[in-house]
Design a protein. Structure first.
Length: 372
């Protein structure tokens, strides 16, 4: 397999930026976080002040803006329920990852009634800003008598990143199957909104999971699936590999996007590994068919390497995992906010210019097979 010259730097000496606490809802794991960078501007300053009312905007620590990290958290146990639910918490950082404030209570809860669409958990938020509104696309778990829980994509909206209005399960055909990984693009294309999502049907093997594209006239839907855009490569090290959405796609101009996504793998012994990969998407090619818009890919952008990525003491862990739901840009770097071993929230960074250059040189050949 060709090795590409991309340096991924783990931040804070490979230590987490968010770890479990003694708070009832986050005693087990705190991971898979969305990230929104608010630079200092007339539009953002009121949001920053509302998020940090105990600070003045003249505070030097706020000079370069604030990063809002909405993370998924689970208690170690959840008595009386068939499944340990997830909640969404909020922590605020400087863009260089100094903690400014961490809210003690969740900003998004599961619905209280058993028949509700996210009664068993609110998971894996991705937040996209569209105009003056922030849209959170998350996985809601509905109770299911056969499989305990039924995952589907749900929406919430906010104008301040703190108070969220739930919009319910996303309307349209994207939720006819189970659906777990979804993210909205940050811009429209020819008047329509687009979403990456990863549907799956009962009994479908992991290796058949693929990322699809959906379109809508409005962020609230209804959403129409357009078909598959990206499937995993066959990797001889594993018996199955599959892909799913990662952080909000990064606009590069000219209707092109840098898409960081995850690849899951499992071997014959049942060992799992999740890695991060990256692709280039070009919407100008959409008229040629939805499968044509991915123009290049790079495998193994990040793989589990550090202690917090390889293992965990929590009973809720999944070992050997790097998994992102959020990223942001600051001073030429892309900061990738990711979950390590499904337990804590960590950050790595990569030079944007270098990553784009390597993607522009890459292709769609399978790197694990001679000749692609």
């Amino acid at each position: 397999m060709e090795q590409r010259r991309i340096t991924i730097e783990r931040c804070l000496g490979t230590e987490p930026i968010i770890a479990p606490t003694s708070q009832w809802w986050e005693t087990g794991v705190t991971f898979n976080a969305a990230a929104v960078y608010l630079d200092r501007s007339a539009a953002n300053d009121p949001i920053i002040q509302a998020l940090l009312p105990m600070r003045r905007l003249t505070d030097p620590e706020l000079a370069d803006g604030v990063v809002a990290i909405h993370y998924r958290a689970r208690p170690e146990t959840d008595p009386g329920l068939p499944f340990v639910r997830s909640f969404i918490g909020l922590a605020l950082f400087s863009p260089t990852l100094k903690l400014l404030y961490r809210y003690r209570e969740p900003v998004l809860y599961p619905e209280p009634m058993p028949q509700c669409y996210d009664y068993l958990g609110v998971e894996d938020p991705r937040i996209t800003r569209l105009g003056d509104t922030f849209y959170m696309l998350y996985c809601g778990l509905k109770a299911d008598p056969e499989t305990i829980h039924h995952p589907h994509l749900c929406l919430a909206s906010s104008t301040d990143l703190l108070h969220w209005r739930k919009l319910g399960a996303a309307a349209g055909d994207i939720n006819k199957p189970h659906n777990k990984d979804g993210v909205l693009f940050p811009e429209t294309f020819r008047g329509k909104y687009y979403m990456l999502h990863r549907p799956w049907w009962k009994g479908l093997a992991h290796g058949d999971y693929a990322m699809c594209l959906a379109a809508s006239e409005a962020p609230e839907g209804p959403w129409r699936d357009l078909g598959e855009i990206l499937h995993s490569y066959r990797n001889p090290k594993f018996t199955q590999s599959w892909v799913g959405a990662g952080s909000v796609p990064i606009a590069l101009g000219g209707d092109r996007y840098l898409v960081i996504y995850h690849t899951g793998n499992s071997d014959a012994q049942g060992k799992f590994e999740y890695q991060l990969d990256v692709a280039m998407v070009d919407f100008k090619l959409l008229s040629a068919g939805v499968s044509r818009i991915v123009t290049s890919r790079i495998e193994h952008l990040m793989v589990p390497e550090t202690p917090h990525e390889l293992s965990s003491s929590s009973s809720l862990r999944v070992q050997n995992v790097v998994f992102t739901c959020g990223s942001y840009e600051y001073q030429g770097d892309i900061y990738i906010v990711y979950g390590g071993a499904d337990t804590c929230t960590m950050v790595a960074r990569v030079r944007k210019e270098l990553l784009v250059q390597e993607l522009e040189k890459a292709d769609l050949k399978n790197p694990f097979v001679a000749g692609g």
